[in-house]
Design a protein around this ligand. Structure first.
Ligand code: GLU
Length: 417
C-alpha cells in the first residue's frame, strides 16, 4: 500500500509542530497557530465570451493577523484548493514575521487555468472574486498581491473593484499594482532580487566565489526569470532554466539575455537555440552548485531528493521542498535557504508599496532597492546566527524566529474575552 499523499498543508503543519516543540509551547498554542483565523470559500460565476455561464470556486484564507493586517497573494491556478491556500496563508504569516513587516498572513486563489481564458473573461473573474471576498479586504484588514497566474493588471482590477464599491480610490487596498497606478518602483523584480541576495549571502558564507559557481532555476515566471537575470549579472553561471513546457540546458552557461528575448517572442524557454532540451524533472538533479526551485510546491520530495546534487537550494517558490525531502537534503549536507526567507523580497517591497500608497509619497527605485537589501541582509543574518547557535537547519531557525514573534504578539495582546 502506498503512503498517503503529503500535501502542502501537512508539510506546513509539520514545520510548525517542530518549531512549537523546540520553543516549548503547549498544544493550545500549536492549535491556535495551525488553524486559520478566517477562511472564506466563494462561488465565482463567470459569463464566458460566448454567453455561457461557468461556475468557478475561489478562496481567501486569513491565517493570522496578530501583528497587523493579513497579507498575501492571490493565485489563479487549476491546482488551487482550500488546503493549499491554508498552507500558503500560514507561510505568509511566518514570512511577514520573519522579515518583520507589520502584517499577518493570508492567501487567496481561484481554481482556474488562466491560459484558457480571454483577458475580458479574466477581468470578470477577478472583479467577481474580489467583490465576493470584499468584506474581508481593505488596507487595514487584508491586502492582496500577485501570485502564480496573476499580475499587476489583476491587481489594478482588484484595486478598482474595491475602490468603486467604496466610492473613492483606495491605493493601499492591494500591492503589486502597476507603477502608473500607485505601485512601487522595484516591486516587480523584488522577489527575484531577494532570492539573489540570499544566494550571494549563502555563497559568501560557504566561501564560494560567485564567478566560479553554477546554478539551475526551475520556473521562468515572476520569480525565476528575474532570478536568472540577476544571477547572470552577479557572474553566476546559469546552466539550466525551465517553465511548465520544458527545460533547457547549456553546460557552458546560458546566455540569459538571449533566453529572455526567446521567451518574449515564443512564450517559453523551449526551443531556445543556445541550449539543449532536457526533461523538466532532470533540471532538479543537475550537477550545479545552486538550485532555485521557483515554480510550485512539492517538487523536491523523498523520491527525487536523494538525486539532488546542488550544494545550496534557495527556495524561490513557496513550499517546494517536502519535510521528507528536507531531511534527506540536510543529511546529505545540502544547505536549504527556506522559502519564508528566500522569497520574502516580494512582500517586503509590497510593504514599501503599501507605506508609500497610504502616505501618497513615492520613493526612488534606488531607495527601494537599498531598503530591500538591508532588510534581506538582516533577515539572513538573524536566521543564520540562530541556526548556528542552536545547531538547527535554516528552515527550523527561520520558522522558530517567526513563530516566536507571532506567539509573543498573541500573548501580549491576550485572549478576548
Ligand atoms: N505572493 C507573494 C508571496 O508569496 C507576495 C505576497 C505579497 O506581496 O503580499 O510572497
Amino acid at each position: 500500500m502506498s503512503a498517503p499523499a503529503v500535501g502542502p498543508l501537512d508539510g506546513a503543519r509539520e514545520q510548525l509542530a517542530d518549531a512549537v516543540k523546540l520553543l516549548g509551547y503547549d498544544q493550545g498554542t500549536y492549535d491556535l497557530l495551525a488553524t486559520p483565523r478566517r477562511a472564506i470559500t466563494v462561488s465565482v460565476p463567470l459569463r464566458r465570451d460566448d454567453g455561457s455561464v461557468e461556475l468557478l470556486t475561489g478562496h481567501r484564507v486569513q491565517h493570522n493577523f496578530s501583528r497587523g493586517p493579513a497579507k498575501g497573494g492571490v493565485r489563479f491556478s487549476p491546482d488551487v484548493d482550500l488546503d493549499e491556500v491554508r498552507a500558503l496563508a500560514m507561510w505568509m504569516t511566518w514570512k511577514c514575521a520573519l522579515v518583520d513587516v507589520p502584517y499577518g498572513g493570508a492567501k487567496g486563489g481561484v481554481r482556474i487555468d488562466p491560459h484558457r481564458y480571454s483577458t475580458a473573461e479574466l477581468e470578470r473573474v477577478t472583479r467577481r472574486y474580489t467583490s465576493e471576498i470584499s468584506p474581508l479586504l481593505g488596507p487595514d484588514r487584508d491586502i492582496p498581491a500577485p501570485d502564480i497566474g496573476t499580475d499587476e493588471q489583476t491587481m489594478a482590477w482588484m484595486m478598482d473593484t474595491v475602490s468603486v464599491a467604496q466610492g473613492h480610490t483606495v491605493l493601499g487596498a492591494v500591492t503589486g499594482k502597476p507603477v502608473s497606478l500607485g505601485g512601487s518602483l522595484g516591486r516587480a523584480s523584488a522577489t527575484s532580487r531577494g532570492v539573489v541576495h540570499n544566494i550571494l549571502a549563502a555563497l559568501e558564507y560557504l566561501g564560494m566565489e560567485a564567478q566560479q559557481t553554477t546554478a539551475a532555476v526551475q520556473g521562468f515566471g515572476k520569480v525565476g526569470r528575474g532570478t536568472a537575470r540577476f544571477l547572470a549579472e552577479s557572474g553566476v553561471g546559469l546552466l539550466a532554466a525551465s517553465d511548465q513546457h520544458g527545460a533547457v540546458y547549456a553546460p557552458g552557461g546560458l546566455d540569459v539575455a538571449a533566453l529572455e528575448s526567446h521567451v518574449d517572442t515564443s512564450g517559453t524557454v523551449v526551443g531556445f537555440a543556445g541550449a539543449e532540451p532536457i526533461d523538466g524533472a532532470a533540471l532538479l538533479e543537475l550537477d550545479v552548485d545552486v538550485l532555485v526551485p521557483a515554480a510550485v510546491e512539492g517538487v523536491l520530495r523523498a523520491d527525487n531528493a536523494p538525486r539532488v546534487r546542488a550544494r545550496v537550494i534557495v527556495e524561490g517558490a513557496n513550499g517546494p521542498t517536502t519535510p521528507d525531502a528536507d531531511r534527506v537534503l540536510t543529511d546529505a549536507g545540502c544547505m536549504v535557504v527556506p522559502d519564508i526567507l528566500a522569497n520574502a523580497g516580494g512582500v517586503i517591497v509590497s510593504y514599501f508599496e503599501w507605506v508609500q500608497a497610504n502616505q501618497a509619497y513615492w520613493w526612488s527605485e534606488a531607495e527601494v532597492e537599498a531598503r530591500l537589501a538591508e532588510r534581506m541582509r538582516r533577515a539572513w543574518h538573524d536566521v543564520r546566527t540562530h541556526a548556528a547557535a542552536h545547531g538547527i537547519t535554516l528552515r527550523t531557525a527561520a520558522t522558530c524566529l517567526a513563530v516566536e514573534r507571532v506567539a509573543q504578539a498573541h500573548q501580549t495582546r491576550g485572549l478576548y474575552p
